[in-house]
Design a protein around this ligand. Structure first.
Ligand SMILES: [Fe+2]
Length: 380
C-alpha cells in the first residue's frame, strides 16, 4: 500500500458553543494581539472573539493576489501574536497565508505550489461560518491571480491551522444559495477524494461518511436554514471533506471549475456543482466499483452491476443538485458556447488536480463535459 501522510489540526473542536472554546484557547495561550481576517458580513460576530484583536473585514469572495498583499501589509504593521480566520473559505485561506508570511522573509511568489512554503511562526486559528470549503483543516490556500487570470494555490503542511473551531450554529444565517453551493463543494471534496487516482483507505471512510451526511440533509438545510440537525450534518460532511483535502485532494471537477471562477466569477461551489454529475459519469466508466459505492452513499439503490449502480448514483446526484435550486446550465449563466474550447484548455492546465483524476482527460473529453454542462443535459 502506498504510504500516505496526514498533517492534522492539533486542536479540533466541533459542536455547539465551539466559539467559547476558541475564546478559552486564546486566553490559555496568552494571546494578546490577534489579527483577525473576516468578511464584511461577519465583522460583528468576529468582534466577540477577543477584545485586543485587530479586525480586518475586507476579505470578500475569491480574494485576489493584490488584495492579499494589502492584507499582509496591514497585518505586518499591526505586529500580531496570532492570526485568526473567521468566515467562509476566502477569509480562511487569506488568514492562513497571512499567518505563514507575516513574520517571514519569503515572498508569495516563492511560496506558490506544493511544499514550497517556509515554516509558519505565528499561531493560527480558523473558525468557519460556512459549511463547505474545509479550509479550516486543510493545507491549501487559493488566491485569484488577476494578472494571469487564473487561480493559484499554496499547498503546505505549514498552512494547517493550530486549532479549528466548528460551530454549526454559525451557518444558520446563510442564505439558501450559499448553503447549496458550499454544501455541494463539500460533497465534491468527498466524491473526488473517494474516486481519486490516489484514493486511500486512510481517508475513504471520511469521504463516504461525508457523502452520506450531505446527500441526506442538504435539501433540508437549504429549505430550512434554522434546522439545527440538518446544519450539523452538513458541517460534519464539510469537515470530513476538508480532512480528505490534504492527503488526497480533489480532481477533474475542481480543475475544470477553476476557469468558471476566474473568468466568470461563478462561486466555487456552484461551479463544482454544475460539473460534478458530468465528470462523475465520465469517470464512472473507468472505476465503476468505486462510483457504485458513492452511489449507495448518495442513497441510490444497488442494481445488478456496479456500472448500473453508478449510473443510478449519477441520476441521484443530478436530482440532489436540482433540489437545492442551483442553476445547472452554463448557458443560463452568460457563458458563450464558443468559449468552451478555451475553458476546457484552462481546466486541463490545472495538472496538479488533473493528475488525481481516475480517468485521463483529453481536450475533446473536457469540451464534451463542458458542452453537457452548457446545455444542462445528462447523457445516458
Ligand atoms: Fe472545493
Amino acid at each position: 500500500m502506498t504510504a500516505l501522510s496526514l498533517h492534522q489540526v492539533p486542536t479540533l473542536v466541533f459542536g455547539d458553543h465551539a466559539l467559547d472554546r476558541a475564546q478559552q484557547f486564546l486566553h490559555d495561550r496568552g494571546i494578546q494581539r490577534p489579527f483577525l481576517v473576516t468578511s464584511p458580513s461577519n465583522r460583528l460576530r468576529a468582534a466577540q472573539l477577543h477584545p485586543g484583536a485587530h479586525i480586518d473585514a475586507s476579505t470578500r469572495r475569491e480574494p485576489t493576489v493584490a488584495h492579499f498583499q494589502a492584507l499582509l501589509a496591514t497585518a505586518r504593521a499591526f505586529q500580531p501574536d496570532a492570526v485568526i480566520g473567521f468566515g467562509g473559505g476566502s477569509p480562511l485561506d487569506a488568514a492562513k497565508l497571512v499567518a505563514a508570511l507575516c513574520h517571514s522573509t519569503q515572498t508569495l511568489d516563492a511560496a506558490w505550489g506544493i511544499g514550497n512554503l517556509a515554516p509558519r511562526r505565528l499561531p493560527l486559528l480558523c473558525l468557519p461560518t460556512t459549511a463547505g470549503t474545509g479550509s479550516e483543516v486543510s493545507p491549501n490556500a487559493i488566491l485569484l491571480d488577476e494578472a494571469a487570470s487564473s487561480k493559484k494555490a499554496v499547498i503546505s503542511p505549514h498552512l494547517v491551522p493550530d486549532a479549528a473551531f466548528i460551530d454549526p450554529s454559525l451557518t444558520h444565517t446563510l442564505p439558501p444559495h450559499v448553503t447549496a453551493a458550499t454544501g455541494l463543494d463539500a460533497l465534491t471534496h468527498c466524491i473526488e477524494a473517494y474516486t481519486n487516482q490516489h484514493a486511500h483507505p486512510l481517508v475513504d471512510t471520511w469521504a463516504l461518511d461525508g457523502i452520506r451526511h450531505i446527500a441526506a440533509h442538504l435539501p433540508t438545510a437549504v429549505r430550512e436554514p434554522g434546522n439545527a440537525g440538518a446544519r450539523t450534518h452538513i458541517a460534519l460532511g464539510s469537515l470530513y471533506g476538508g480532512l480528505c483535502l490534504g492527503p488526497v485532494n480533489t480532481a477533474a471537477v475542481h480543475a475544470l471549475s477553476y476557469p468558471l471562477g476566474s473568468r466568470h466569477s461563478i462561486p466555487h461551489g456552484h461551479a463544482n456543482a454544475i460539473l460534478l454529475p458530468h465528470v462523475f459519469q465520465f469517470n464512472a466508466a473507468t472505476t465503476p466499483h468505486r462510483h457504485a459505492n458513492v452511489a449507495i452513499a448518495l442513497g441510490a439503490a444497488a442494481k445488478r452491476s456496479p456500472q448500473a449502480t453508478a449510473q443510478a448514483g449519477c441520476r441521484q446526484l443530478w436530482q440532489l443538485i436540482a433540489a437545492t435550486g442551483l442553476e445547472m446550465r452554463l448557458s443560463a449563466l452568460h457563458i458563450a458556447e464558443s468559449e468552451i474550447p478555451a475553458l476546457a484548455a484552462e481546466g486541463l492546465a490545472v495538472t496538479r488536480l488533473m493528475h488525481n483524476n481516475p480517468r485521463p482527460m483529453t481536450q475533446q473529453d473536457a469540451e464534451h463535459i463542458y458542452r453537457a454542462a452548457f446545455h444542462g443535459t445528462l447523457a445516458g
